[in-house]
Design a protein around this ligand. Structure first.
Ligand code: KG4
Ligand code: ZN
Length: 337
């Protein structure tokens, strides 16, 4: 079964053709990052406009790169939630138009579920059940993936997402958006013990995260040094902050796996590209005899191939939308089975 998939939840306009949920026939991404960099973060109005301008070209390119026409496509999958509402609407309306004109089924895909599905492309043997650490710019969750479409939230952030904390700390140090990626690189040359940072825990919720106190602590360190006229050792601050965030993510994730007796661990989302997180999880999983799966780096960030993968399993589970499908800014990952 061939699915044409569309993603426009944030600042990437993407389309792909994916066969049976696992084989990527084409994947095209038009990134807007250079433009948003000028403003230090994603400007929703600009994102919507650029999606509207790019979507026809991106979808056409995905079809031609897969050597396919709309006639060969069996279903159209689209990210409908969660994300920037104006951005999501561009993809959703385009997909609805295609579905109406071609009479092919329309499959709504939850953005975080698609991040998890990136692993089905990278690891052909991977099947639920498994425990997944979903860490992106907007979300940080530990999710029990019971089946391809049945998810149970085990832990979540109480405030900032991990990616958001990385981006905000980076911004305070003058590192351009999206700061998480560059902070990760700069941290490689720093001393990660240079600054003592808190490892916030949430009372009575051992798998939940809280990153806002950690983010404020690092911002205070930077501002205090600047006010005293001292030069900020950016490499050391990046290394200390990265270590603190990664420790919180790794400790809670491993604890949840041990407590639940799950032996297959998976990561998903933009932050799962973080080199220290990958390294620490590899080590911890080896020590605990857990199997670890992480998406290949090219599939950690937003793309439409992962939407085509999850779209396949949503389709098989009967998740077919009518033409009244709407974009939704906020929707829990366990919204349906
Ligand atoms: O999943 P994603 O591409 O988009 C959302 O759904 O939010 O995640 C983007 C987030 C950004 O906050 C970005 O800074 C972060 O992932 N990110 C990283 C790294 N690569 C991307 N954070 C830390 N280290 C990285 N290597
Ligand atoms: Zn994403």
């Amino acid at each position: 079964m061939k699915i044409l998939s569309i993603e426009s939840s944030c600042d990437e306009t993407a389309a792909a053709v994916v066969e049976d949920g696992r084989e990527v026939l084409s994947s095209v991404i038009a990134s807007q990052v250079e433009e948003h960099k000028l403003y230090g973060g994603v400007v929703p109005e600009i994102a919507s406009r650029r999606h509207a301008e790019s979507i026809v070209g991106v979808v056409s390119e995905a079809l031609s790169k897969a050597d396919t026409t709309l006639d060969d496509i069996d279903a159209i999958a689209v990210t409908h939630a969660p994300g920037l509402i104006g951005a999501l609407l561009v993809g959703v309306n385009f997909a609805k138009g295609l579905s109406l004109s071609t009479k092919k089924p329309l499959v709504p895909v939850h953005h975080l579920r698609s991040h998890i599905a990136a692993n089905y492309i990278s690891h052909k043997e991977l099947k639920p059940p498994f425990l997944c650490l979903v860490v992106s710019g907007g979300h940080s969750h530990i999710v029990m993936v019971e089946s391809y479409t049945k998810m149970r939230i085990i832990g979540r952030t109480r405030d900032d997402a991990a990616g958001e904390a990385f981006d905000k700390a980076a911004r305070t140090m003058g590192i351009p958006y999206p700061g998480g990626i560059m902070l990760d690189k700069i941290a490689e040359n720093g001393n990660d013990d240079a600054f003592k940072l808190p490892r916030p825990k949430v009372d009575d919720a051992p798998y939940d995260f809280s990153f806002s106190g950690l983010k404020t602590a690092v911002i205070n360190i930077i501002h205090n040094m600047e006010q005293k006229g001292e030069s900020v050792p950016v490499e050391d601050v990046c290394a200390s902050f990265r270590k603190a965030v990664v420790s919180c993510l790794t400790e809670n994730f491993i604890k949840a796996a041990k407590d639940l007796g799950v032996k297959t661990l998976v990561t998903a989302g933009g932050v799962s590209a973080n080199s220290l997180l990958r390294h620490k999880l590899e080590k911890a999983c080896k020590e605990n005899d857990f199997e670890l799966y992480m998406p290949q780096l090219s599939l950690c960030g937003d793309n439409a191939a992962m939407v085509g993968s999850q779209g396949y399993y949503e389709y098989l589970s009967g998740n077919i939308a009518e033409l009244d499908l709407n974009a939704v800014a906020t929707l829990p990952i366990d919204y349906r089975e």
